[in-house]
Design a protein around this ligand. Structure first.
Ligand code: SF4
Ligand code: SF4
Length: 146
């Protein structure tokens, strides 16, 4: 009886192993191979500008207040429609990629990107200022020889 149960379990295990042995892998050999992140993937956050290049951000500070990691610093100047950020920092060394800041922004001045290669020894590099937050993050994607 025990032997029969053991053999049944063993055969089921082998069946499953064989099934996955011959099926296409779902993993990739990172860093030599990379997957394109899903559209809803939450990578590094970016600042968004208007078509004329002006800041969308109105320096209301809501993103800084909602950030659970306390890694956003915003300082603005001007009043009403003239208000704009003069300091806008995100420390990605502390960011937890929750995207609360993106969700709460009343003017859609922040967006998530597919950039995720932030494993860094230099923590200063992860402290993004207002200019770095406007860069095309693709240029920092790492390339490795196959
Ligand atoms: S993604 Fe989350 S942790 Fe990162 S800056 Fe935005 S609110 Fe803060
Ligand atoms: S990014 Fe949005 S929420 Fe943050 S300060 Fe600017 S306008 Fe306010």
């Amino acid at each position: 009886m025990i032997a029969k149960a053991f053999m049944t379990d063993l055969m089921q295990g082998l069946q499953r192993t064989l099934k996955y042995f011959f099926s296409k892998p779902v993993t990739v050999q990172y860093p030599k191979e990379k997957l394109t992140p899903f559209p809803r993937f939450r990578g590094f956050i970016r600042l968004v500008v208007n078509e004329d290049g002006s800041h969308k951000c109105i320096a209301c500070g809501q993103c800084a207040r909602v950030c659970p990691a306390g890694c956003i610093t915003v300082k603005g100047e001007g009043k009403g429609k003239e208000r704009h950020p003069v300091v806008f920092d995100i420390n990605f060394g502390r960011c937890i990629y929750c995207a609360y800041c993106v969700e709460i922004c009343p003017v859609d001045a922040l967006e998530t990107t597919g950039f995720y290669e932030g494993a860094e020894y230099d923590l200063d590099w992860l402290d993004f200022d207002i200019n770095k937050l406007l860069e095309d993050y693709k240029k920092w994607e790492r390339t490795f020889k196959k």
